[in-house]
Write a protein of this length. Sequence first.
Length: 252
Amino acid sequence: MPKSDRNPLVHGSNLEQKENHRTKYRDADSKKYLGEIRTEYDKWCSANLELVGPTSTPTAEDDAIIVTRVELLSKYKDFLDQQHYAEKFDSRSNLHSSVLEEFLYYLFKDLVRDFGENALIGKSHTFKDIFFVPPKYSEMLKRPYARIEKKDHDFVIGATIQVSFEAATPPEKDENPGEILSFLKEEPENYSEVTVTGNTETHIFDIPVVAIECKTYLDKTMLESSSRAAEDLKARNPNSLYVVLMCSDLQC
């Protein structure tokens, strides 16, 4: 599995959270339904993990492997979309919507693995934009106060990037930076975390090469929002690919 601190089995994780919730889903029907879903999920998960491919090297079996993965998805989703499950676990629970996200992991896991253990795959909060917001000019001379804004994506293939910023002496000035002064360390909560050492700040964030948004339905507002997100992504990473994937309750 590619190196990551995230769990790419997002649907399985969602199911596990419901099984272990201390207050919700404790009634008899919930426990019964979750047990039934767990049995079928484990079959779906095991079958996909045992199936290998496609990889980065095309083979004659690739099409058949993809067909098999889609058949496994359709069978499991038909089971999960039964009315009594849909009524018990509504859209706010994300149980149904997370199926497609986990399917994408199965579909691409072997291909991405070929690129090395540092490859990023799965749900991610990725780089959206960068700002420089020092509290005052004198603080900007000590460090840049960069802010990395992030955006949630349902599924990403990409890389995790670590960058460091520090205030530099202007080229025409003496190269001796002199005394490193103290500075403020407060960081707004709506941006990525930053590590500050001396006058250097270090940020870690994900860059998507492929970003896929999963929808159970797609109206005009959602389509316009996805279009703007794609424009933002392509403006900052022109070589990236943005895909909107819809899988309804009736047909994928």
